[in-house]
Ligand binder design. Sequence first.
Ligand code: NAD
Length: 369
Amino acid sequence: MSIQKTVTVDLGERSYDIVIGPGVLAQAGERIKAISPGARCAIVTDVNVNAAHGEALRASLDAVGIEHSTLEVEPGEQTKCMAVFEHVVGGLLDARLERRDLVLALGGGVVGDLAGFAASVTRRGMDFVQIPTSLLAQVDSSVGGKTGINAPQGKNLIGAFHQPRLVLADTDVLKTLSPREFRAGYAEVAKYGLIDRPDFFEWLERNRQKVFAFGPELVEAVAVSCQSKADVVARDELEGGLRALLNLGHTFGHALESATRYDGSRLVHGEGVAIGMALAHRFSNRLNLCSMDDVNRVEAHLRDAGLPVTIGEIPGDLPGPEKLLDYIAQDKKVSRGKLTFILTKGVGQSYIARDVPSSEVLQFLKEVT
Ligand code: NAD
């Protein structure tokens, strides 16, 4: 019995399916042929993912007679840069792909963002398929059409909105992901419960171990996460307002990533988000918005998942509260001393607050650093 699930991102004629579950990678060829008969494919992937799953994808394309080539990049955030982007676009042109041919992004969020952006500009926009292989990419970065690379001036500053034609999320490929990366991706899963799905958060509290054991609960957790993101994207594709809710925990999280200079040995993105979500609840409690029970509940769940929840858990020295506030202000627009934050009235009751005084944030940071 198949336990695969399909979630649709509803964007009119640009709508697309996210197929989730074990065995999806082996079906890639037939599913790709169904949406783009006759298309040729360029697989963009990184060295780690190519070694673990590249052959399975190529075999699936071969089985239905799809012509393909592979462009391999180095793993890691530094790959999301102009030089590698140029290399990928050059590779797509050298392979003589045409607009209706397909770029297949096989990898984590780094490959998805890079290959998606390359697809968005090559020949003024090529079709592409996301084949996310990290938990973070399956529940977050592969859905919603944000693509891009980093600039020397900051993360994700060069990019485009470009929706994929299809997302293929094989939960079995997550078995080769490092446990640390798996946990980091789980922070984003918990995030959807904390934004506006209290029932889902409660379900995660009961089923987290089964999710981590690759049971059918993992498929369910990825599907609910994708549905949550798809709902927000369908209502606010270009981040005019509502989509900002997806940034729960990211304001503090990004500041901590900047403060550790994106050194993944100290802090990976999902760990920053976990600490950020715990801090967002603590901060909301300090502003008398949510109860201490809510804070304790969120922290307990993230801790159970093996995630950090306090700034003190980040190894090595960190800058003081004033500098952390600077990082927050750089990340989020400050208007007359007021910051935009995602705050919460309790588990699953987050909202966008556009008028948080930076003095309050500074006071809070002094208490928690
Ligand atoms: P990543 O792509 O660097 O992957 C993490 C590591 O895991 C890499 O070393 C990779 O080679 C390895 N890996 C991935 N899948 C594997 C597998 N199945 N088996 C073995 N190894 C595997 O990082 P990530 O956490 O997936 O993504 C982070 C990136 O996503 C960041 O650049 C971030 O900006 C971006 N992002 C984008 C969006 C968006 O909406 N576009 C949203 C969130 C994050």
